[in-house]
Design a protein. Sequence first.
Length: 753
Amino acid sequence: MPTKSYKLTISDLFPKNAKLMFLVGAGCSVDAPSCLPAGRAAMKAIIEYACVDSEKAKILNLKELRFEQLVEIIRDRLDPELKIIDYYGQCDQPNLQHFFLAEMIKKGHIVLTTNFDHLIEYALLKSGVPKEDVVPVITKSDFERYSDPAELYKKGNRAVYKIHGSPKNAITGENTKKSLVATIQAFGSNKEGLKTFQVEPFKKSLFENASIGHSIVIMGYSGSDDFDVVPTLLALKNLDNLIWINHISNDGGLERVSEVEVEVEVEAKALDSSAKDKIDQILRDAKRLNIAKGVYRVQANTPKLLQKISYLELKTEGAVPFSLSLTDWSNKNIMHPSNSLKLYISNKIYFDFNMYEDSMRCSEAMLLLAEKEKEQHYKSVALGYIGQIHHVKGNYPEALKRYEEALKIDEELGDLSEKSVRLNNIGEVFRAKGNYPEALKWYEEALKVTEQLGDLKGKATILNNTGEVFRAKGNYPEALKRYKEALKIDELLGNLKGKAVRLNNIGLVYDAQGNYSEALKRYEEALKTAEQLGDLKGKSSLLNNIGRIYNAQGNYSEAMKRYEEALKIDEQLGNLKGKAVRLNNIGQIHQVKGNYSEAMKRYEEALKIDEQLGDLSEKAVCLSNIGQIHHIKGNYSEAMKRYEESLKIAEQLGELKRKAIHLNNIGLIYKEKGNHSKAMKRYEESLKIAEQLGDLKGKATLLSNIASIHYDQGNYPETLRYFKNALQILTELGLSESPSAKTIEKNIKSLKS
């Protein structure tokens, strides 16, 4: 078992001589007279204020939606100055927990809080500490100046460390809004390298000084706030104990203490990653990382427990409960959203969670309203989202139509910001179709507009997309250059979602080069970010990519495990497109293991989904995979039928790269049947497309296949020439150690001898 709960009491954890550090969350400000909303209550108020009535109930049920994500969406369109955080500063009524923390500070203990209210400072003042002695530590200069709590205490100061900043310094009145870490973006700002969630460097001295010899007490957190807690815990070292107080209203007058232990390997593997208790997950990780000598969970009524710990009679009777609701405050201080804006915010939430049917419903309602009210800006925005949803479903003609309609409006309005988005969207359609020169043309135009605007976030997106083109063409050095440039911008802006995308794409380059250890490193870091962001679709995609690494290494059991975990997420989300991809990959494992009936079963299930979605592009992939099974079994007529149907779809959609693949597959069948002229015709047609697209890796494959035709015909000089050209391309791409290159080298050696 991961915990044991015998022979442990509160007095064991809180001896009178203990040196304590408290990490305080929003739950500590909920009790009267403070009465501030925390977590879901605050989110409910924001959703009620900012979302369209018809969508509120569904959005309120999105368990994965985080406070930080919601605040970020509100900031971008409704509250650019983040006035919503100012609400927390309106309350000046500390509750029992704040007075307890004030007493702890007066005794020399350390208090860190992620809260935006000023209630611990007010409790210090009300408990008799002179105003000049109270030191809220908020800004970078504050953290650098007051990094040694013990030294500060000796000088007579009583400090409150506000580790996520504050809108203002409640003691001096200084405006400190720039210090706020309120959104997901702020969590990632200026965090370089692979460590996405970490404490800023200027706070590290404090954590080093505060850690040694102290026990940390975590209170006011539900466990879903791991976005807050985990980075702080990782910054701490050499703690005596880690004690998490989990509040329960009715503890029967007796708290329950459990010690967390390191699990044995078998138990750890048996635990589901979506474990029922997030707090236990965090505490198990803390134990594994040796953050503290002892790790404990306390189930208790927090106010009653604090009175027992402090040996004080803390009273707050007579205080007038804070009664200003977040909704009422928002009505007076934040812009009233129009119905179009409410539809936009509702749509944005759905779209970010890949809930495309819900997003389409909101987008179409936004479009109708915009046309009725003659709101051209929102008409463009709605058309853009409708285009993106069609794009996701592989309906490229409809996506392109919507993007072009939106672009026309943007140009009429002179809206450069939306224009850059539209230009990029159109580039994405051409990239999906494999028309790389056309895609690059649109991306470059979009890049010029973002640079004109100074739009770094947009620039990072477009750099990433140009990287995608170069990766598809097999030009890995250029792809890496673009991805890394985009990643640098993401780190500067704190764009964590973008950072996860870039890490994944860098992993894809290393994956293609056969550098699996580097690829896996990037995928796993991106996966960690996706999990922290609550991005389930991103998590599914990354699990899929990790599975592909194991598949390439021949570790089929581990690959299957990742694919099935990804499939489970897709089913949970109702992400049919992702489900079809996962089924295809599972089918490929069965195929490589020679279990053709199981492979065919998965391919046909995926095909049914693609037909249901009307996703012609993925339908062609399934048909090609089914063709491969028939091909392997020597059933050439059935294989040819599937390959030709796939080819027809690729031609219909204008997907040049896939057209080249299907032509190559058809060529392979003709070669095996001994029809060299027809095989050569298909290979050469495919080669022409690869050269047109600049697809170097595809070109190398086709040169090698053409060489094999010349070999069968006894034309050895031509065979040697084509093999040498193919090998040269692979070497230039950094693939000289790949299996393909080694096979070609072997063939060249054989020919020369």
